[in-house]
Write a protein that binds this ligand. Structure first.
Ligand SMILES: C[S@@+](CC[C@H](N)C(=O)[O-])C[C@H]1O[C@@H](n2cnc3c(N)ncnc32)[C@H](O)[C@@H]1O
Length: 302
């Protein structure tokens, strides 16, 4: 499993658990001391969000062809680079975006907002982000774009497990048309990469609403996890940082390059392909049971 690596130069330090780092590309990103990880470590927050999410999801095209509210789940709100890049990239379109962000802490966003000048991607959205931090909800219009943005503070695996079991007392969330999945690496953040989590996530999708989920990892274990959770899985665009990423979807039509039988054969021989069932990082080849399920996935049937 490839992990996000630390990069750049210490630019600014604070007693918040986060610091601003200047990347070799010259732009700034947020770094978490606790995980020892930089949020967008190589090409920077905006370039990564544009490549991985805006372009790969064909977001502008999908929004232009969409009728009604387009729902985006932003998993790992963090410093809101993904969320704000998506909003800015589509602000000239006549569209209605319901943006649902999740994180178990608001601290990186508070820290990023205090350092908005260096980070550079908050321009024009500062008041909306302040409102989101204050009330967990903000709605606004930007030309013809209307935005309804909410923040769910809490442990994401627990939250979606409760949603699936419908034991959550709060109102149910609308199923997404796109998911920005941006947790820390599996080695540092295994709870966000388990098979039960992705199964719950898949089961919360509406089979009638095509939904795609790009993520920066191209690792075999991640792809097997998504497949065994029920997704179709394809090769994702290069981002400048990674020569290949991953995109999963509940509809094969959203994938331009689905993983093929050659990939399946490599997965069978990989030393690191068995999904994590618990939030404990481990590396293992596929078990016989997982291999049987993987080989039977509809994506690999002629
Ligand atoms: C790589 S950062 C996200 C960066 C963010 N998407 C951005 O654009 O700035 C990963 C985020 O996942 C959050 N996270 C990690 N474990 C979590 C959990 N169990 N539940 C919810 N959020 C979690 C972290 O707090 C962190 O903000």
């Amino acid at each position: 499993m490839q992990k996000r690596f630390q990069s750049g130069v210490l630019e600014h330090s604070a007693h918040t658990g986060y610091k601003i780092v200047k990347l070799t590309s010259g732009v700034y990103s947020v770094h978490s001391f606790a995980e020892g990880e930089t949020f967008h470590p190589v090409i920077g927050p905006v370039a990564e969000a544009e490549a991985l999410y805006v372009n790969q999801l064909q977001l502008r095209e999908r929004l232009q062809n969409h009728v009604g509210e387009f729902v985006i789940w932003d998993v790992g709100l963090g410093a809101a680079a993904n969320a704000l890049t998506v909003l800015r990239a589509t602000r000239d379109l006549k569209c209605s975006i319901r943006l649902i962000s999740f994180d178990h802490t608001a601290a990186p966003l508070e820290f990023a907002l205090q350092n908005a000048g260096e980070l550079g991607y908050f321009g024009g959205y500062e008041n909306h982000v302040q409102e989101l931090l204050r009330t967990n909800h903000v709605t606004f219009r930007d030309g013809e774009q209307s935005v309804n943005w909410e923040f769910h503070l809490g442990d994401f695996p627990t939250l979606i497990s409760n949603l699936k079991l419908k034991t959550n007392t709060s109102k149910l969330l609308p199923p997404p048309h796109a998911i920005l999945f941006d947790a820390f690496s599996p080695a540092k953040n295994p709870a966000m990469w388990t098979l039960p989590l992705f199964r719950n996530l898949f089961e919360l999708l509406d089979p009638q609403s095509p939904c795609a989920l790009p993520t920066y990892s191209r690792s075999t274990i991640m792809r097997v996890t998504l497949l065994l959770a029920g997704f179709y899985v394809g090769v994702g665009h290069a981002t400048g940082e990674k020569e290949e990423t991953t995109i999963a979807a509940n509809d094969l039509k959203l994938l331009t390059e689905p993983l093929d039988l050659r990939w399946l054969d490599r997965a069978r021989r990989s030393h690191s392909a068995e999904p994590m069932l618990e939030p404990v990082y481990k590396i293992a080849p596929l078990s016989a049971a997982s291999w049987a399920k993987l080989a039977a996935h509809p994506q690999f049937q002629a």
